[in-house]
Design a protein around this ligand. Structure first.
Ligand code: ADP
Ligand code: MG
Ligand code: MG
Length: 928
């Protein structure tokens, strides 16, 4: 959305907002807000309040306050100004922090309080928004803090960080300055720091002394002045308000706007700002900072999982500047093999943290992502939120928590998103191939499944190659928010640096995309677009394969496998979903293989068996030849004899699937496509056909020409064939009933249903049903077998919707063919609309492609009307959908709400449909 349009929307929405309470305080075992107030306080603010103030938690959270998202909305709607009284309110709340801070005061020369200014939107936007630490350090307060802590190294470390963050976020980004590549102020300051490290022979930033850092801070300030033309502010209040304004400004920053577009987060939401007393992980050896997950987010295992850095401040862990230590043994990785864990280094703090972990899970009933800091041995909690996880982990945790009585059946079902479930169904590298191939690199398993693709080194290349339809893997030193579009376009992401909590890992996990991070052996040369890995050199366009579940990198294009169908976890999870849902899930299948796959997933019937499938693909030569003979027949005799030849093929083909699906309904659709589709184009095939029919080649050509149509999709197809040639319907019905009778005689229970396509008139179905019932009577009598069968119709032409009441007089079921129904309702050709529909979606003319998700407003209205009219005539009418949209979550929910009996979708979408149906039932309960 262009900025002006966004702004208008924001302005409009702010008119209706009355500025109520603008600031919410937390600390000292109390809080004015709580976890349920995410819309107002943002996720971070709401959870800080919950941790600090909920009687069941009262965790050690440094005191602070949250400026609400409404203030952000106001700020953007009012030329970047603040509501009246905000300054006073903030000052008052700052005083409340001071009261809880052992005499520290903001700006006090002797005992200064420092604060962090942190962004926090409703939904987490990893790395998109800004945070400034150590706010309040000035020429006046620095000496006081040095005196107080007797630790000049710490003070100047905090100061150089403040200058880095503040100049970057407030003085550059928020001021709208767009530096050239690599010339951003932060990069420039980092280079100064690296020079200093080199000069001093320091391996890591922690090796720099207090004096080094003091000198560094002075250099930083000069550089800031030189590059940005302004002095670094030396007034604590100026720093505070500069930071607050910058966080609000970052909401409309380019990166944030682009991220929101991808994630469909509305601009009107706004961000909150949290101002919080600083605690220091950089006060020396017994101080540290870390992040963790209450369970392993990569596997779902019920083990505490996390990383930390000694003598550091928060952002260091995520930035990957040093290799983080594991918090315990279960968090150890290849890279941190020899590093001491928190459990080993600070057993008391670790124990306290473990207890908090349990408390939090018990309280939130979910896996949480946490941030903590230990200042001279004292533990503080700085953030918690429901943790991102990949699909397999999500399912595992949900099931475990059900067993641990932490989550109800409904919570379990709601906890896994359809796309997470989809990950369990994701391709993996063929384990056999993997077993005999040596990886060329090993990193951390940050995103599930396997992937392969050609190497690209920049986000832009990834996007461009993707547009050309190529599969690529984005390889980066580490990713940052500017890479998001490229990460999206790539099959998978591979980074040289970063841990399980790095940007790449967070984003990939959120999307369920295959990802390996921190693959230490990689050296990337961006100039030549090459990389060294495992002793070899690969260039752009070379293929690699990743195992994102194990963190392995392979050279070349490995064999891939479809996800396993007999996954125990998947079965258990689907069982829970099945016990919740009311909407049935059927499948679209025509082969034994597809049907049994779908049945294993839990399909309860076949909603669409296309009878003509036997004329396509493998083994279709013979039946196709016979079909062609039938098509080219002129007289009834010719046609009947061709149909007789076709009959055994059809019967046997149907029988196979009926057998697999015994005990369930199998909806067999009569011939649908226009006949000319089957007329051969090659001369020799025509010749062969002529010989077989005993007619001349010229005669055959004439007949073929007669079949040509200028608009075949609306031509002689579907029920229209059956009206012109009743014998075709007759033969199909006979094949179906004979196949079913044979199986029933073998003792199987089969339920064949016959579906008439492309119907728009009552008389069409009356005509066809009569033929079908007549054939049944004959077959039944001949075999002495009684079958349970139904006759129904597709609903795919708007006129059929209008006539639903009449159609239901003779039809026992309806099935919405939403592909054609969408085509005919919009007048969009299914085959040609690809070109312009994407423009429609991009320009917001259409919210979504109606061939992917049901157009609920228009086509949906027709569906609802059809259901109502149909059921009014025939209370028992069974209604389903068999279009492509039948496995798409939003469409499934629509069908659930519209009161359909079932959705039918392709076998691999069956689990998704099952989950969506269960979630729909929880969100919108229906009786049956
Ligand atoms: P993000 O949303 O990007 O994680 P945060 O606001 O959480 O940004 O802050 C960035 C880092 O700074 C985190 O590691 C956090 O723990 C740390 N941090 C934030 N506030 C404080 C504070 N008051 N004291 C110490 N560290 C802090
Ligand atoms: Mg954070
Ligand atoms: Mg159709």
């Amino acid at each position: 959305m262009p900025k002006s349009a966004t702004m208008k929307k924001v302005k409009k929405s702010v008119k209706s907002v009355k500025m109520s309470k603008m600031v919410y305080f937390f600390g000292g075992g109390k809080a004015e807000g709580n976890e349920s107030m995410k819309n107002l306080l943002g996720g971070k603010g709401a959870n800080l309040a919950e941790m600090a103030g909920h009687p069941a938690l009262k965790l050690p959270v440094p005191p602070g306050f949250t400026l609400t998202t409404e203030v952000c909305t106001y700020y953007w709607a009012n030329k970047r100004t603040y509501p009246k009284n905000l300054k006073e309110t903030v000052a008052m709340n700052l005083a409340r922090i001071e009261q809880l801070s052992n005499g520290k005061k903001f700006g006090d020369p002797k005992n200064p309080l420092l604060v962090s200014v942190r962004s926090g939107a409703r939904k987490s936007m990893p790395g998109m928004m800004e945070t400034i630490l150590n706010c309040g350090l000035t020429e006046t307060t620095i000496p006081g803090l040095v005196e107080l802590t007797k630790n000049p190294r710490f003070v100047y470390d905090a100061y150089r960080r403040l200058i880095m963050m503040y100049s970057d976020v407030v003085m550059e980004k928020a001021a709208g300055i767009k530096p050239e590549d690599d010339m951003g102020i932060r990069k420039q300051l980092e280079r100064i720091m690296n020079d200093m490290k080199q000069k001093k022979g320091a391996k890591s930033d922690t090796d720099l002394s207090g004096d080094d850092l003091k000198a560094l801070a002075a250099q930083f300030k000069l550089k800031v002045k030189e590059v940005l033309g302004k002095e670094f502010p030396d007034d604590p209040m100026e720093q505070l308000w500069g930071s607050i304004g910058a966080v609000f400004a970052s909401w409309m920053g380019e990166r944030a706007v682009s991220y929101r577009r991808i994630e469909k987060i509305p601009a009107e939401w706004g961000t909150a700002v949290n101002v919080q007393a600083m605690v220091f992980g950089n006060m020396g050896e017994n101080s540290s900072t870390g992040v963790g997950f209450t369970r392993n987010p990569g596997t779902g295992e019920n083990v505490f999982y996390g990383e930390f850095l000694e003598n550091a401040q928060g952002e260091d862990v995520v930035a990957g500047i040093r290799t983080p230590h594991p918090i315990n043994e279960s968090s150890r990785s290849e890279q941190s093999r020899d590093l001491k864990s928190l459990e080993q280094l600070m057993p008391a703090a670790y124990k306290e943290l473990s207890a908090i972990r349990r408390k939090l899970e018990k309280h939130y009933h979910d896996m949480l992502d946490i941030e903590f800091t230990i200042e001279k041995g004292t533990l503080y909690m700085l953030q918690c939120r429901v943790g991102k996880r990949n699909g397999p982990a999500a399912v595992r945790m949900a099931l475990d928590m059900h067993r641990e009585k932490l989550a109800t059946r409904e919570e379990v079902v709601m906890r896994v998103t359809p796309s997470q479930l989809d990950e369990l169904l994701h391709p993996i590298i063929d384990p056999k191939a993997e077993a005999v191939t040596k990886p060329i690199g090993k990193g951390l398993p940050a995103g599930p499944g396997g992937a392969r693709g050609a190497i690209v080194f920049t986000s832009e290349d990834a996007v461009n190659r993707r547009k050309e339809g190529k599969e690529v893997i984005l390889v980066r030193e580490e990713t940052n928010p500017e890479d998001v579009e490229g990460m999206r376009a790539a099959e998978a992401i591979l980074t040289a640096r970063g841990g399980m909590t790095s940007h790449a890992a967070l984003v990939a996990r959120g999307w369920g995309k295959c990802c390996v991070v921190g693959c230490a052996g990689i050296e990337i040369d961006l100039k030549t677009k090459t990389m060294h890995i495992g002793g070899i050199t690969l260039k752009e366009g070379d293929w690699i394969s990743l195992n994102g579940s194990r963190g392995l990198v392979y050279n070349g294009k490995m064999n891939m496998l479809d996800a396993s169908e007999s996954n125990d976890m998947l079965d258990q999870f689907l069982k829970l979903c099945n016990s919740v849902r009311k909407l049935q899930v059927w499948t679209n299948a025509e082969t034994e293989e597809d049907s049994s796959k779908a049945r294993k997933f839990g399909a309860e019937g076949i909603g669409l068996f296309r009878i003509e499938h036997m004329f396509y693909g493998k083994g279709s030569d013979e039946p196709l030849f016979k079909l062609r003979k039938m098509i080219m027949s002129k007289t009834l005799e010719e046609r009947k004899s061709a149909l007789n030849e076709l009959f055994p093929h059809m019967k046997n083909d149907i029988k196979k699937t009926l057998k697999v699906m015994q005990g369930t309904h199998v909806t067999i659709r009569l011939m649908d496509p226009p006949l000319h589709e089957f007329v051969p184009h090659q001369k020799e095939k025509l010749q062969e056909l002529a010989v077989s029919l005993g007619i001349s080649f010229e005669e055959l050509e004439t007949r073929a020409t007669l079949l040509r149509e200028s608009n075949p999709m609306m031509g002689h197809r579907g029920v229209r064939l059956g009206v012109t040639y009743p014998e075709i319907t007759e033969m199909q019905a006979r094949a179906i009933f004979e196949a079913a009778s044979e199986l029933q005689k073998e003792g199987l229970k089969v339920f064949p249903d016959i579906m008439i396509p492309v119907v728009s008139l009552k008389n069409e179905v009356v005509h066809q049903a009569e033929i079908i019932h007549k054939v049944y009577a004959e077959v039944s009598k001949k075999n002495g077998v009684k079958l349970k069968y139904m006759v129904g119709t597709m609903i795919e032409i708007p006129r059929a919707c209008l006539m639903a009441g009449q159609l239901a007089e003779t039809m026992q079921f309806f099935s919405f063919g939403t592909n054609d129904l969408t085509q005919m309702t919009f007048g969009y050709s299914r085959d040609d609309s690809g070109y312009f529909l994407k423009d429609y979606v991009e320009k917001g003319i259409l919210a979504e492609d109606p061939f992917q998700t049901i157009d609920q407003e228009g086509v949906g209205e027709l569906i609802k009307m059809t259901v109502e009219r149909g059921r009014k005539t025939n209370k028992e009418l069974k209604i389903g959908i068999c279009g492509e949209q039948g496995g798409e979550p939003a469409s499934v929910e629509f069908c659930h709400k519209a009161g359909l009996n079932y959705v039918s979708c392709s076998p691999f979408r069956v689990p998704i449909a099952i989950l969506s149906a269960a979630q729909s039932q929880i969100r919108h309960p229906r009786k049956k």
